[in-house]
Design a protein around this ligand. Structure first.
Ligand SMILES: *[C@@H]1O[C@H](CO)[C@@H](O)[C@H](O)[C@H]1NC(C)=O
Ligand SMILES: *[C@@H]1O[C@H](CO)[C@@H](O)[C@H](O)[C@H]1NC(C)=O
Ligand SMILES: *[C@@H]1O[C@H](CO)[C@@H](O)[C@H](O)[C@H]1NC(C)=O
Length: 480
């Protein structure tokens, strides 16, 4: 028996590369010493082993000093609150209890005044899918530094049509300067079941929405209202789960992301179905790496709608507008560059009060199907654009669509006293030329006087005092 034990220890401890002597050498006192050492070793081994098991309050290891306080991890597993991860029964109350426990703050002064720091508390959806019948909203506002992650939330058939599955708002009685700060919502699938929306963030700071898939919203996939710095990253939003060429595309409604606040960022996000991909009505938002194929322009869809006439302050870079375009009302400080417009997608500048100021639409690629669609268009149904300053549409490359720009070049040859270069097919604004440069090159022996005579209707007219054969080249600019 002992020998068997010894033998088994030889095997085990060989793994550890320590101890003992070969069995053959065990004899006499030496033998008892060895057995004692082995027993001590065995005890340490067992102890070591049990330390890796979950602590069991009823039988603590005899020789281990029990810690006076066992810190409780601040991870709130929703199934511990009897949420049903199969999605069969309503888990609203259970998840709200988990959220409510997570919201019992530690305190601490590192967040904004009035925001209790929850120290990184996490509500863990544990990879389950949960049925939700009313918005998940914290019982109290004024909380920060917490995470909800890792599972699916699905609206029930009686979910309120104006609700959001996750609702970072506060009831009217809880009016702090900001509702929440540094809340992270990640790795979530939100299915609004065509009732209400996915996530609402109201009057909050530094919110992260990361790696979320938000579908079946009737209103907005994500609504950001007030506050600032909601960062929406690496996420996918679609009213209908489709991958393009959907038979029902004509009927897509709702908005993927609605930013009614300032200083937010949407980066590396796809909106694959919705009437409007991203609606922006707050300043200083930035979009980068956004792919919109939410609803084709031909069906009445819009990829990105900038509804901030008079003060736009929006940057759209490195994005992909796929059969759906951009609409900007009275743009004032708008930058669109390094983006790709496919399938005759184009940009509309829509006049509200006739203002377009500080607009750069530069260095993009446009691709269409030779239908003569212009890459940038004006909607002047309300009013013509009259206050136009620093608008630069230039340097875009275009295939199968018509170029529009605020800078145009042209060359004509003639033998006479007048040269006329019509730039109307390129220049964006009708009847607007602010600056012209031209050269007149004559092969004849005469040395004529010549001058710029007329720029009406985007037609540049150069005249000379005597008839000469000449080539006239013109660069006209609407932006300076
Ligand atoms: C779109 O909506 C119209 C009107 O509600 C309906 O008649 C039509 O069947 C719908 N089309 C599709 C493809 O769902
Ligand atoms: C230009 O026109 C004049 C008179 O009409 C003519 O004599 C001359 O040959 C022309 N020059 C060229 C290069 O066509
Ligand atoms: C400039 O040309 C337009 C026609 O394009 C004409 O109506 C206008 O009178 C011209 N202006 C001058 C100063 O010649």
């Amino acid at each position: 028996m002992i020998l068997q034990l010894i033998t088994s220890f030889v095997i085990i401890t060989c793994v550890d590369g320590e101890y003992p002597l070969p069995v053959a050498e065990i004899s006499g006192n030496h033998y008892r010493d060895q057995v004692r050492k082995l027993q001590a070793f065995k005890a340490s081994f067992v102890q070591h082993d049990s330390a890796s098991l979950p602590p069991s309050p009823s039988s603590p290891p005899a020789s281990a000093p029990s810690p006076s306080v066992t810190p409780k991890p601040r991870v709130y597993d929703v199934t511990s609150y009897e949420a049903d991860p199969t999605g069969k029964t309503d888990s609203t109350e259970a998840i709200l209890r988990a959220i409510s426990d997570a919201a019992q703050g530690l305190g601490g002064a590192v967040l904004m005044e009035g925001i209790v720091n929850l120290g990184g508390a996490r509500v863990n959806l544990e990879g389950g899918s949960y049925l939700i019948s009313r918005p998940l909203r914290l019982p109290v506002a004024g909380r920060g530094n917490f995470v909800i992650y890792g599972g699916t939330l699905k609206a029930s058939d009686d979910f309120p049509p104006d609700g959001y599955l996750i609702d970072l708002s506060a009831s009217s009685s809880q009016g702090g300067a900001y509702n929440y700060e540094y809340v992270t919502l990640r790795d979530l699938m939100l299915d609004s079941c065509y009732r209400g929306g996915g996530i609402q963030v109201v009057n909050s700071l530094r919110t992260s929405i990361d790696n979320c898939y938000i579908a079946h919203f009737a209103t907005n996939g994500i609504l950001v209202h007030g506050g600032h710095e909601t960062y929406i990253r690496n996420s996918f939003l679609g009213q209908h789960i489709t991958a393009g060429s959907d038979h029902g595309e004509r009927n897509f409604s709702g908005t993927g992301i609605n930013l009614m606040g300032n200083d937010n960022a949407v980066t590396d996000v796809v909106i694959f179905s919705a009437a409007i991909g991203i609606m922006i009505s707050g300043q200083a938002n930035t979009l980068s790496g956004v792919h919109c194929y939410n609803k084709a322009t031909g069906f009445g869809g819009t990829g990105i709608y900038l509804k901030l006439p008079g003060l736009t302050q929006t940057r759209i870079v490195n994005s992909y507008l796929d059969y759906t375009g951009i609409v900007a009302e009275d743009p004032v400080q708008l930058h669109i560059s390094s983006s790709f417009f496919l399938g005759d997608a184009y940009i509309i500048l829509k006049s509200i009060n006739g203002v377009a100021n500080g607009v750069n639409i530069v260095n993009n690629m446009f691709s269409g199907s030779d239908k003569g669609i212009e890459i940038v268009q004006l909607d002047q149904r309300n009013k013509p654009f009259t206050k136009i300053d620093q608008v630069v549409v230039d340097g875009n490359n275009v295939k199968g669509m018509n170029v529009k720009a605020t800078v145009a070049k042209g060359t004509v040859e003639g033998n006479g006293t007048s040269w006329s270069v019509d730039l109307g097919h390129i220049l964006l604004f009708p009847n607007l030329i602010k600056n012209v440069q031209y050269s007149l090159r004559t092969r004849g022996s005469a040395f004529p006087s010549h001058a710029l005579r007329n720029v009406s209707n985007n037609r540049v007219v150069i005249e000379s005092n005597v008839a000469v054969p000449a080539t006239v080249s013109v660069i006209a600019d609407q932006g300076l």
